[in-house]
Write a protein that binds this ligand. Sequence first.
Ligand code: ATR
Length: 279
Amino acid sequence: MNTPTPAHCAVIGHPIAHSLSPQIHHAFAHSLGLNVHYERILSEIPDFERTVQDFFARGGHGLNVTVPFKERAFALAAHSSPRARLAGAVNTLWMAEGQLHGCNTDGEGLVYDLKRLHADPKGQRILIIGAGGATRGVLIPLLEAGAQTLKIINRTPARATQIAEELSTQQPQFAPRLAVGSLQDTQGQWDIVINATSASLGTAGLQHGAIDYAPNALAYDMVYGAQPTPFMQHAQAQGAQRVADGLGMLVEQAASSFAIWFGQRPGTTTVRQQLRAQL
Ligand code: ATR
């Protein structure tokens, strides 16, 4: 696809100025020798649908969607994947045969990052904290990757129950591996513990029950930062041998979007190292 006319991609959101997506996707394109122009689109709140339609009408190739439009992107897509349906949210849009398609690549991005960290979900006991959009986006890929048990605990347990019921209705084969509970329901030993809440840890924030980390367990925070997050620090103090933040997931979900649009999954090591150095 090394044509003189670049493939036009973008990320749309509000706000959007700080999105790292252009840097990530330009690095991917460069590494594969593809001619891609990737920009940020700031959409006014009421204009989202029209802006998306205009983008593709002008020949746009692929669109990432971020806050606060992921749910509206899901509603707008004529076709969406089961994982996007459970999430009720889409972060990747493209046109195929004249119709708008949507996918949510967050979960695939998480699974790729876990594998990179030598924490392949296959056969693992996974505890996920939180029952909001972040959790919804990753459940199906974690189960498809072979998680042995996946327990969702949440401050409002009813939200965890709701997600498990929806998923069990959509994909009954996953029901036997799902469990739910309150933030105190941490009984058992865990191989992978994922923080998918928007709360930072502390007296005013997230307070979960004591966690028994299996030998070599990984505590993973979907949030990332220049320093280990409070969740990571707490996990280490509780005995987690390995901790990671969500920077890798950010890069991997972008790689999954890129693969949908261009049919090739780029390598992620260089760009992840660049972003880490910039934090
Ligand atoms: P997102 O789309 O980022 O997941 P969300 O749907 O608002 O955002 O979900 C935020 C998650 O963080 C929820 O699981 C929320 O718990 P509730 O469902 O009980 O609201 C969790 N969360 C936010 N603040 C929290 C806090 N102080 N302690 C524990 N959990 C918290």
